[in-house]
Design a protein around this ligand. Sequence first.
Ligand code: AMP
Length: 221
Amino acid sequence: MRVIMLGPPGAGKGTQASRISQRYDIPHISTGDMFRANLKQGTALGQEARQYMDAGELVPDDLVVRMVDDRLSWDDAQDGWDLDGFPRTIGQAEALDELLEEHDTPIDVVLRFAVDDDEVVERLSGRRVCRECGEIYHVHANPPTEEGVCDACGGELYQRDDDQEEVIRTRLASYVEDTEPLEQFYAERGLLRDVEAVGDIDDVTDRTLAVLADIEEPPPR
Ligand code: AMP
């Protein structure tokens, strides 16, 4: 199964992608997580990406595409993947098409997660992330058992620098300008499916998995 997650920051793509990845045994490939890992390790790529990430702006396409090209060549990605946060521009989507054509591995579905702007700000400003394993929490909607500590691995939870309200607004504007055109791009190819991303997280997962099950089993003729 090859899945792309589309939707504004804070739509819950990361949370749902990690559940899809468990259910289908495919890697959850988050370009945001990859950049953050590079930052933490102090790589040249991390240094280059930092200025854009801090400002809530997109990292230039060529850097992102090179990173994804490499990641998709790993063994674990040969039978499927769930791409979270990529592509984010038409240029990235076209580059991805070229990569996938070379390997004859087409996209199965593009899931669009829809939420409104105020909800995004509420969600992201309350979001906490595990420093060790990347598990995502929310101070109200999905709190850990012990404040500041990851249930999954015991790691320390922190707030991302770009989850401050001002930066969130910039990220939302970038979504509308750069990424929303992808909805049309994939709709025209019959790949776009909507998932209502509001309400209980488990309900959103049920809706997401129902869409994927539907794709796996085409309706009887
Ligand atoms: P995310 O965790 O997906 O919200 O990504 C965090 C930040 O990483 C974004 O605000 C961008 O600065 C950068 N980033 C992640 N994915 C991409 C992408 N596909 N294209 C450009 N920049 C990206």
